[in-house]
Design a protein around this ligand. Sequence first.
Ligand code: PGA
Length: 256
Amino acid sequence: MILAANWKMNLLPDSAHELALAYHKMASTHADEMTAQNSAMVIFPPALYASDIHQMCQGTDITWGGQASRAELNGAYTGDMSAPMFAAAGASWQLVGHSERRALHHETDEDIAAQHLSAQQAGLRTMLCVGESLSDRQAGKAEEVVSGQLKKAISQATDFSALTIAYEPIWAIGTGHVAEPSDVEAMHRAIADICQGQLGAVDRPKILYGGSVKASNAAALFGLSHVDGALIGGASLIADEFEAILLAALEIAAQS
Ligand code: PGA
């Protein structure tokens, strides 16, 4: 199980530090179970806090990554960052293709494919987000849209061992509406089939669910087949809530 915390553009330095301390304590308290269940925590902090978070992750099962990076290695791109910058700062991961980047920064499937490649070339593991809009789902096109996003994003990738996929239906992000378990299972199976079949991945990448994951719905989601963890936004900002999600993940992992 992988539990990934997407802090987005939240927290001032003191509260980010305090939250990271709480994660550190959580990882120490549950270190044995996390190792036994082969589970990990990932933080995607605001980039400014990278150095502090990097220090806090030392000696724990927590790794961290950038929330977004351009495909180019350097250049006149005011306000942006490159994957090698994150790698040099000690990141292990790069989040790619989050729906907020697709919508607010107009990132296209082509941009995302290039960012994905650039992050992997920088030696980072990628967490690739895919997900349909409400209108796509209502039109019965959810699987078609997600499969198109996935195939385009990894079309140039050669190494699937460093790929994790996060299925995040856009209408479930930050809304309190979680996708139906049967829909989550069907989509995760479809993603696994694409990775294993058409793209020839030997071991299928881990597939996380994201979108309004909370302590109250975590166990039900983690019990579904092909759900290997979660990408968590709002609930990751509350230490007790995130710990309860971690405990649910560890409990389900111990049963399987
Ligand atoms: P949420 O965000 O948990 O607040 O719905 C998830 C995400 O955007 O990754």
